[in-house]
Design a binder for this molecule. Structure first.
Ligand code: EPZ
Length: 420
């Protein structure tokens, strides 16, 4: 497992291009299962998770290639000769559950390994199964696999989510496009990645109303066709770099991003004391003065994203004052607290909240990445810390950040990666 070594205390200055969003690319790739022919996906980031999704699609008989001229991902889903998503693949990426709805809609059957938990929580898929059950699917759990089948087409119905589940909404949305009749999804998640999926499905011939709202109405069609789609910019990658400037000082221009997807973070960072200017597809951020501690409460979109909670905690560790950070989405998303404490952060966990007492500075240390966004939090802390920090298990970072070290080194950071 590789390690990275970060020399702290260097300010960031320059420009970073934001890659396509991991959490948009994965459902778009799964959606190709719904229609034969060659789909063309633009701006798909090259990540561990998107590579895992390609292996999963290949295991169904789907073929793909990267187009030389524009690096577009061409996915041909004409031949589907397998409907099983194996444990070996699913255990490395829970988003594999996104193939369940499309396989059932196109093939009438699916066998997908239960994803199993991860560092941040149990990550159940009961909402996915309840929703598919409402669409007429017979589901059973056999040896750790979800087995689903239906004779004929899925049947449109009302699906009501207790919690606005992101991938739950995406799974039911994809399944409903080929169902007979109308499906209404209530309390749907409103993340921008779902809007990206709605646009692609409509390009494929689906009939969907309510994009961007918590109520999606899908009029089922008999078949869909292959289509082109473009992955939206990664709002979590963008937010990670905005927060990094807060930690190191300096200034960055972030290009090919969408500031409208980050309103809650931008408001908070302005409260902290960062200067942020928004363009149509770029952001400029600078830190000149002291950092002010603010309280954070993660919420479903458009609230403060849980995927930026660990990162802003690193920033609050070196801000002036007390910050109460409350995590309302996942039950165990404070794994980064113990690692930040090794660098001198003063954080006390109290149930769903962490109380962060800002310190003047952190010191470099040996720390371990525990999950994707926790590892980004450690990178931010290391950039600001005194001395060198060694972060192990950086494969977590590779899952969701396209060349993070390279992009940061291009704007003044000193990060080196060592193969173990
Ligand atoms: C998506 O996960 C994202 N992943 C996560 O990003 C993100 O943190 C999360 O949404 C919340 O915004 C992808 O899009 C691939 P949920 P998802 O269903 O869909 C509970 C990252 O770092 N729940 O919205 O799995 C669940 O336990 C990842 O990029 C059920 O109880 O999250 C959680 O408490 C991490 N039963 C809450 O709902 C279910 O069937 C929200 O989860 C489904 C979810």
């Amino acid at each position: 497992m590789d390690k990275i070594f970060i020399e702290g205390g260097r300010t960031l200055k320059g420009s970073i291009r934001i890659s396509g969003a991991k959490n948009a690319a994965l459902p778009l790739m799964a959606a190709t299962i719904l229609a034969p022919g060659q789909h063309v996906l633009h701006n798909v980031p090259d990540l561990r998770d998107t590579r895992t999704m390609l292996v999963l699609l290949e295991s169904f008989g789907i073929t793909w290639q990267r187009r030389e001229k524009d690096n577009a991902l061409l996915i041909d889903a004409t031949n589907l000769d397998n409907i099983e998503a194996s444990y070996d693949l699913v255990k490395t990426m829970r988003a594999s559950v996104l193939v369940l709805g499309p396989l059932l809609a196109r093939m009438g059957q699916a066998r997908v390994s239960l994803p199993g938990g991860c560092a941040i929580g149990a990550r159940p898929i009961d909402f996915h199964m309840q929703g598919l059950g409402r669409l007429g699917v017979e589901l059973s759990l056999e040896q750790g696999y979800v087995e689903g089948k239906i004779d004929g087409r899925l049947q449109g119905s009302d699906v009501n989510f207790d919690i606005p589940s992101v991938t739950g909404t995406e799974n039911i949305l994809m399944a409903a496009t080929l169902a007979e009749g109308v499906t209404t999804i209530k309390n749907a998640a409103r993340e921008p990645e779902i809007g990206n999926l709605v646009d692609m499905l409509i390009n494929m011939g689906a009939r969907i109303e309510g994009k961007g709202t918590d109520r999606l109405v899908v009029h089922g069609v008999n078949e869909l066709r292959s289509a082109e789609a473009r992955v939206i910019p990664d709002r979590i990658e963008t937010g990670t770099y905005l927060i990094a400037v807060g930690a190191t000082g300096g200034e960055l221009t972030l290009t090919d991003c969408d500031p409208t997807h980050l309103a809650s973070l931008i408001d908070k960072l302005r409260e902290v004391g960062l200067d942020i200017e928004e363009g149509v597809d770029h952001l400029w951020v600078a830190r000149h003065g002291a950092l002010k501690s603010v309280d954070i409460k993660t919420m479903p979109y458009p609230g403060f994203p849980t995927d930026l909670q660990a990162q802003i905690m690193a920033l609050m560790s070196i801000s002036q004052g007390l910050s109460v950070i409350t995590e309302t989405i996942f039950e165990n998303r404070f794994m980064h607290v113990a690692e930040l404490a090794r660098m001198g952060a003063d954080i006390r966990i109290d149930g769903k909240s962490s109380i962060v007492k800002g310190r003047s500075g952190l010191s470099g240390a040996q720390v371990m990445a525990t999950d994707l966004r926790a590892s980004a939090s450690l990178v931010i802390a290391a950039l600001a810390a005194e001395g060198e920090t060694e972060i192990s298990r950086v494969y977590h970072l590779d899952r969701g950040y396209d060349n993070l070290a390279g992009k940061l080194n291009n704007v003044g950071a000193r990060i080196r990666r060592v193969k173990e």
